[in-house]
Design a protein. Sequence first.
Length: 261
Amino acid sequence: MTAVRRQPESAAGRRPVRRKRRMIHVRRFVLSVLLLLFGVEVVLAVLTSPWFYVETVRVEGRRTIPLAEIAESLHVPPKSNLFLFQTERIVRKLELNPAVRNVVVRRRPPGTIVVQVFERRAQLILSSRGRLYAVDSDGLVFCAIKEPLPGVPVVQCSVRGRIAVGKKVEAPKFLAARRCLQLAEEKKNFRVAKITVDQNNDLCLNVRDGPQIRLGQAERLSEKLDIAGRAAEQIPGVGRRAEYIDVTCPEAPALKLRGKT
């Protein structure tokens, strides 16, 4: 078998190939530069065009907070670009309001900012020294109110010192009442309307369409509520017939029917 020997390519033959490759690289470089310049021009147009000025700030999610309180935090300087405007400023200002749990801000081209406000919800109403305060599930007092809120349980106890909006109430009697409410809600035995803590720190639970539950001191609360729940289940129409169930002493619970001594 005879081997065919390849003749080396001449210098003259390599030159057109190299020239062609060089032209391809030059064209690619020029195209990349043009694309880059076009991209820069587009970005500059977006950032400077009046089309993307902030024209509208829309608030969503607000239910109870006065719009005037929110409007103070929504100021946007004239000719602010939608993409350059620092939305974090709106978030920081709004979250200074104790009634606001958190805020989400979204940009919606061409010229709208959407502010989603998540308000705190009242778990209970604290009634102390003739004043009412809305308290959320974290135990934080987020606003003073003039009258109870429909369907929200009231905790009535006299708290010493000043109750500050935006702070938690750490008074032991209030914490005991709040713990009692949480246990009752977890057990779902009673629909709590009101919890009262007297001067001796004894707890009394008023049930919607049911008897009063006298709990005494804030000890063995879970056990006491279970006993009261079983007692209520054993009496048909207990809401109409029973005046109160006394589980101050869990070992000797007592029930008083209406009209009986």
